[in-house]
Ligand binder design. Sequence first.
Ligand SMILES: O=C(O)CCC(=O)C(=O)O
Length: 315
Amino acid sequence: MGRKTKSKSIVNSSDQQLTSQLIDDSDWIYPQLANQSIRSLIVTLIIIYYFIYLGNYSLIVSLVSNSVKLISGRGSCSIVIPSSWSKLFHPPVNCSKCETIKEIIEVTNITSEQFESRFAYSMEPLIIRGAIKSNWKALDVFSLKFFQQLYLSTINSDHNQYRCQFFPYSTSYKSLIQALQSIPDQVNYNQSTPWYIGWSNCDPRITSILRQFYHKPQFLPINSEDSRLDWIFMGTPGYGAPMHIDNVGYPSWQAQIKGTKKWILEPPLDCYLNCKRFEVTINPGDIIVLDTNKWFHGTQIVGDELSITIGSEYD
Ligand SMILES: O=C(O)CCC(=O)C(=O)O
């Protein structure tokens, strides 16, 4: 539980609107060596060789000890490398898994057996329209104000701990708390300054509150373990996450609580010629299931409502 660390990096996209929202290179990537391909190993060896060349032995010791910690699941990111390097570190994808995907399947109902046999651990994305059931109080309760009150009354500056990540995207906020303190709760989002933020919640007090308002989707495989990390993305129309690929080890689901979000999915570079690019629009009540480690993905909020989503990884 709670053992997954999400690493995201930003790469060039053919979508002009998304590329214009590049976030800076400070979004920490340290590859988890356990998952890496030969390419990662070669690059790591080159880095070590370079440090030896520079005579910087303390960095080598730090690199090796952090690798050991990361592999044993106890580590945190301490070496920051440019996020664009993540293409080098990304494990190769088996293109035969995406070349048969000609369209994104949409369903309104699916059993966990059906889901497990075709979608759960394949590369095939799935949209479940109207998946959010009426017992999800999140539909009525989640709002910008709800998250502002919840976080500002529960935590303070100690929030930036290991496993908690904050993505300011195109904003200049340094932390989630700063963002929640500063963003005005406006009704007319088309006339206010656009913003988009995302974060993982790793505070158990908040997890237990959030989970009163949503449930593990019923279609997930019965034995799958739900990550204790909730991922929340929120923002105004016109903005979204730039194209990137994750390094998390598990596929994810994301429920659209409010607003409408367009997803752009592109195959990894190795599969560019074999596999298709997709765009799909997710409406309130829908859930998207996506292996964000295998697809480059970017989002854009459309319509004129604030978008709020919650999701998690499953294994
Ligand atoms: O929801 C979004 O806008 C982006 C989500 C995302 O990038 C992710 O889950 O990896």
